[in-house]
Design a protein around this ligand. Structure first.
Ligand SMILES: NC(=O)c1ccc[n+]([C@@H]2O[C@H](COP(=O)([O-])OP(=O)(O)OC[C@H]3O[C@@H](n4cnc5c(N)ncnc54)[C@H](OP(=O)(O)O)[C@@H]3O)[C@@H](O)[C@H]2O)c1
Length: 242
């Protein structure tokens, strides 16, 4: 298809699977993340018709996003807001620790999507542009600050869809359930944990990054142009349709 695709957090896990999927189908892919070396390696190893471009940036910081704007494509067909993470537990006791944790988690999950999208919005294809944001099943289940941050992305996505719709562009959110083999939990899950996660699904297996990449690819496809402002769960039936 030869579209121009930007994937935040494209150096590891789900983002890398997304980047690989687009690169394989002949798109021009740029991956973003904080660790330059991780990104460089991913860009080198991903097979595709075009070389993958790597841009190291902390997407939580507005001045950082401004700094790299010149390194990002002038025209963007697909933006995948995937960068995010758990953000850890409160480090200090008391309300100060709670406030720090909530700020950290919102900075780490809401701002990367909002800042990168705001920065690239003038470059997004109209008609035909696609913004796909990675939320989480946590937004439906709880999970404290992390779930709340992912739920905030869903509310923000409504505004984005309203903004883009009249120009023939769409904005949607994919909500993964548990996905193994990424950097999200730090260490790889042990057998006991994997069995517990498997048992929570209806399909009897845990998610893989490629499952989420497939959902992203669908929402980013030209055929999905009538779907916007939506949430697509991909969790093996661990949480049913809502
Ligand atoms: N794995 C799961 O079970 C699961 C479930 C539901 C939702 N999710 C969501 O899926 C997305 C991808 O997570 P993953 O599981 O693939 O874990 P991951 O391997 O840790 O991927 C997160 C990626 O985001 C990048 N990133 C994080 N903060 C960033 C920032 N401020 N600026 C730029 N890049 C940043 C990280 O690279 P650097 O560290 O180098 O910056 C990393 O490549 C996240 O939004 C996560 O919340 C994951």
């Amino acid at each position: 298809m030869g579209r121009v695709v930007v994937v935040s957090g494209g150096g590891t896990g789900i983002g890398r699977a997304v980047a690989e999927r687009f690169a394989r189908q002949g798109d021009r892919v740029t991956v973003l993340g904080r660790r330059a070396e991780v990104l460089r390696e991913a860009a080198r190893d991903i097979d595709g018709a075009h070389p993958v471009r790597a841009v190291a940036v902390d997407l939580s910081a507005p001045e950082e996003v401004e700094r790299v704007l010149g390194d990002l494509p002038e025209h963007v067909d697909v933006l995948v807001n995937n960068a995010g993470g758990r953000g850890g537990s409160p480090q200090d006791g008391g309300l100060k620790g709670v406030a720090e944790q909530w700020r950290r988690v919102f900075d780490g999950n809401v701002l990367p999507a909002v800042l990168l999208t705001e920065a690239l919005l003038p470059r997004l294809a109209r008609p035909g542009g696609r913004v796909v944001t990675i939320g989480s099943v946590a937004a439906l289940r709880g999970n404290g600050a992390y779930g709340a941050a992912k739920a905030a992305l869903m509310a923000w996505n409504h505004t984005l869809a309203q903004q883009l719709g009249p120009h023939g562009a769409t904005a949607n959110v994919v909500l993964p359930g548990f996905v193994a083999g990424t950097g999200f939990f730090g260490a790889p899950a042990g057998e006991e944990e994997l069995a517990r996660r498997r048992s929570q699904t209806l399909v009897g297996r845990v998610g893989e990054p490629q499952d989420i990449a497939a959902a992203v690819a669908f929402l980013a496809s030209p055929e999905a142009g009538y779907i916007t402002g939506e949430f697509l769960n991909s969790n093996g039936g661990a949480v049913l349709g809502r």
